[in-house]
Design a protein around this ligand. Structure first.
Ligand code: PAF
Length: 282
């Protein structure tokens, strides 16, 4: 596996791959890789002849009170895991190379609508930061395909919309969420949980699965269901941020006749914010 930090070097290699007609898959990450990330890489490997993974902790997507400085960085272990999986290139640009004029002067990409609702309302500017870095990385790597986890369901929809709206020439693939044996969605932020919080954390997924089953069985009083679920979260020691039943493509509010739904959930456990989702096809 080649480790490349320099954008021009990456572009040079990309040109040689282009001449050899290689199919290039890309997995952007912020590092601290867990099984969920490695699953994305496995999907990428199955679909392409060359795989590029990036590690860049993107300051533009963190709010002023969020965990940019504390975000776990485990480069040696990440490098080993990626090398074992047969990744061709690990791209690790510096913040200086990505944002040479600083964050204030950076041109940005914003997907309207989708970026402002749900998670975007709780984390203003977050999806602008995500869309901007993903667009920049796409311009550098120029992949044919890119792979993202469905755990960050709204992020996946924002990226799909950006690719479509800006006529970008690549396909976006969502990969199902990787879970611990008790159902907790794998996340780099799970490391922040104390032993007691870790015991409670799977409650979020268990409750949204139960709600999904009730919807599949015909229940449609979504607002009552959401407020019941929130009370149960509070009882279990979680502080709900949002619980939403939305259309799984537009993420807009749903009516009783809609058939492609997603329950999107976020809740705090101490300072750690857990997110999860369940898709429902009726
Ligand atoms: O999902 C993530 O890890 C990040 O949001 C991403 C897509 C790598 C952009 O920084």
């Amino acid at each position: 596996m080649q480790v490349i930090r320099d954008i021009n070097k990456l572009r040079e290699l990309r040109r040689s791959w282009q001449s050899a007609r290689e199919v290039i898959a890309f997995v952007p990450t912020m590092g601290n890789l867990h099984k969920g990330h490695l699953r994305l890489v496995e999907h990428a490997k199955r679909n392409a002849s060359k795989v590029v993974v990036s590690i860049f902790v993107n300051p533009l997507q963190f709010g002023p009170d969020e965990d940019l400085d504390a975000y776990p960085r485990t480069l040696d272990a990440d490098q080993q895991s990626l090398s074992k999986l047969g990744v061709d290139v690990l791209f690790m640009p510096s913040a200086q190379d990505i944002y040479p004029s600083g964050l204030e002067q950076q041109t940005f990409v914003e997907v309207p609508g989708l970026s402002y609702m749900i998670c975007g309302a709780s984390r203003p500017g977050h999806f602008r930061g995500v869309a901007t870095i993903v667009c920049k990385l796409f311009n550098m790597v120029q992949p044919n395909q890119a792979f993202f986890g469905e755990k960050d369901f709204q992020q996946l929809q924002v990226i799909k919309a950006m690719v479509s709206d800006l006529s970008m020439n690549l396909s976006i693939h969502g990969v199902p969420t990787e879970r611990e044996s008790d159902g907790l969605a794998m996340s780099s932020r799970n490391h922040y949980l104390s032993a007691e919080q870790r015991r409670v954390a799977p409650t979020l997924y268990a409750l949204i699965c139960k709600m999904a089953d009730e919807i599949k069985a015909g229940r449609r009083d979504f607002s009552v269901m959401v407020s019941d679920l929130k009370s149960k979260l509070v009882k279990a020691g979680l502080k709900p941020d949002y619980i939403e039943v939305r259309d799984s493509h537009s993420l807009l509010q749903v009516g009783h006749e809609d058939k492609d739904l997603v329950i999107l959930a976020a809740a705090f456990l101490g300072k750690t914010r857990l997110i999860d989702n369940v898709q429902i096809r009726i």
